[in-house]
Design a protein around this ligand. Sequence first.
Ligand code: NAD
Ligand code: IPM
Ligand code: MN
Length: 367
Amino acid sequence: MVASRGVGVWHHRQELETETEQKVLDHAARIALIPGDGAGPEVMAEAVPLLDWARARGRRLEVERLPYGADHYLATGETLPEAAYAALRDGCDAILFGAVGDPRVPDGRHAEEILLRLRQGLELMVNFRPCRPLPGLQREGLWLEVYRENTEGAYCLQGSTEPGRAVDLAVHTEPAVRRLLEAAFARARARSCPLTLAHKANVLKHGHGLWVRVFQELCAAHPGVTARGMHADALLCALVQDPSPFGVIAADNYLGDLISDLTAAFAGGMGTAPSLSWAPHRPFRCAVLAEPVHGSAPDIAGKGLANPVGMILSTALLFRHLGWESEALAVEAAVAAAMASGARTRDLGGSLSTSDMGTAIRGHLPG
Ligand code: NAD
Ligand code: IPM
Ligand code: MN
């Protein structure tokens, strides 16, 4: 039997197959935690009690905390060891990730070898970044969702630096582009909202030319979806002026990275935006990656100033992915209720610490 599909505020999956969903229910979910660096562990500490709460409600899960991040790298020279990577790829249902990035590792090597390796190695090409402003914030009622390709484009890590010349390649492949766009079309159809492709095919004739070609094919295959491409520069101007006509925005890795920080600003800022990445061509329970949109926030890390909402809403997305719809909805409702009651960290004009905000949110969860 197919589990409840209540359209959660941050709902991302519309098409769960009965067969795969039953598979979901037949073993304890194996969830790996990678708190990472800076503010990552601080916000992760507010997500962990949600896992305990889900367990107390009868959800079956096993949690393993992994140490990978800058401290571990600096102490051991290890970023993400091969055996740990293989275990995450083959023996894990979901990864809950804080953030990576540390001023002591200026070349960001560990971030590449942990986070980008996971995104690319697990082929998590759909990165879903919803934006729904919370109660009491400006732009309440807005509902944007960015579908960002998450494995290639300008972030394919291919390039070179020579004297006086530097090259970063942007590689786009048709399978990844098609999978990302198919997910975005399915979502726009399910929401009956417009779909916009952000591109710069006027200049990036090859890579973004591929995006536009596949997009046009899918437009023809989905006549019911109101879809159009826009040059990304013009799109950004239109979004800042009035985001309300937009629904789903699809973009390559680089543009999606930029656009999703802008949409985070509509929803309260970097601290509030969640994300989930998955591999649409893999079985339902192949590991997914839930992580806030923000980074390690070195400027505020270690001070209890980070907003845990992005991390907590990412945990809700993870619950939804696992088929735990009632827990996903309850967490989202608890965040909304805490915000409605005026609970705020400093980034939103309040004075609550990270842990006080987590506690305030958990105070609105059902038993
Ligand atoms: P950032 O998202 O860490 O911070 C940008 C701004 O947003 C800062 O002013 C920060 O204080 C604020 N901010 C971020 N998270 C917040 C939160 N939870 N609550 C309140 N305010 C918050 O981006 P950055 O400064 O460009 O990057 C810092 C480091 O993080 C870099 O090493 C970068 O590479 C890395 N990074 C990692 C990820 C990730 O792990 N997914 C994402 C973005 C950046
Ligand atoms: C994000 C971050 C990462 C990205 C960086 C740290 C590689 O900005 O998750 O948005 O660009 O993907
Ligand atoms: Mn980013």
